[in-house]
Write a protein that binds this ligand. Structure first.
Ligand code: NAP
Length: 245
């Protein structure tokens, strides 16, 4: 009998996380999700029992409860993939970049909680279950970690850079457990996280002159979670239509 694989995907109610959950389910994986709110009706798995936990990953107290809340849903099974995807990108009142001088410390802390501490706590919290499956962790980083972005704020960018460094460190620490830890760094992907002015980036800064599609990001995440990526760990793969060149 073929073993059913299990994934935890944070932030699967829309955007990239929703696409990942949908793809893995189509491949017959069991997908367990975490986000702040109940899953919207359009999520085909919104009626499933015991697969979704409502927690706010920008709140450190709630992050520390996440592993204990999710472990019973695993029911003792191995964990084949952990996709640390949940995220928000705080903007100014008119959608503008919020800078390092004026961003409230509370927002800095929230950004580090969701983009750094949540992936750290979840990954090490499920190290044994991931090891049992020779599993794969994929962290959602960002092009904003590498250059000042017109819309992504300073706290968001710095916390994504910290996540890129964490990916490297955890890849080294978890290789002996047979767990691979990788990151992807999207540019501008067509989801609700984008700012209204994104078309100017497409026109001026993306050589391919278009947004990325969720399905294209999902293809990369699926690859990183597959045996085809068996020798890839500690990598951060850009997916940005050439925006970084
Ligand atoms: N789209 C892009 O162009 C782009 C570029 C670079 C990086 N990324 C990264 O890719 C990831 C996914 O982005 P996306 O574009 O798919 O965003 P999205 O469409 O806005 O979806 C974000 C998801 O994260 C969940 N979420 C947000 N805040 C949360 C919190 N505090 N606790 C728990 N869950 C939370 C949301 O669910 P709830 O609202 O129910 O909590 C939602 O399911 C993010 O980490 C983002 O930084 C995206």
């Amino acid at each position: 009998m073929i073993e059913q694989k299990t994934a935890i995907v944070t932030g699967a109610s829309r955007g990239i996380g929703h696409g990942v959950a949908q793809r893995l389910r189509a491949l017959d994986w069991r997908v367990i999700t975490v986000s702040r709110y109940p899953l919207p009706k359009e999520c085909p798995w919104n009626d499933e029992f015991n697969t979704h936990v409502e927690l706010d990953l920008s709140d450190l107290d709630q992050i520390t409860k996440t592993v204990d809340a999710l472990r019973p849903l695993l029911g003792g099974s191995k964990l084949h993939a952990l996709i640390n995807n949940a995220g928000i990108s705080p903007k100014g009142a008119s959608g503008e970049r919020v800078n390092s001088l004026t961003t409230d410390l509370k927002v800095w802390q929230e950004m580090y909680n969701i983009n750094f501490y949540a992936p750290l706590i979840l990954t090490r919290g499920f190290a044994q279950e991931l090891s049992n499956a020779r599993g794969s962790v994929v962290n959602l980083c960002s092009i904003a970690a590498y250059r000042v972005h017109p819309f992504a704020g300073a706290a968001y960018a710095a916390s994504k850079a910290a996540l890129a460094a964490l990916t490297r460190e955890m890849a080294a620490d978890m290789a002996s457990l047979n767990v691979r830890v990788n990151a992807i760094a999207p540019g501008e992907i067509n989801t609700s996280i984008l700012s209204p002015g994104t078309q100017t980036i497409v026109d001026n800064n993306i050589p391919m002159r278009r947004l990325g599609e969720v399905s294209e990001v999902v293809d990369l995440i699926e690859f990183l979670c597959s045996p085809k990526a068996a020798y890839i760990t500690g990598a951060e793969i850009p997916i940005d239509g050439g925006q970084r060149v």
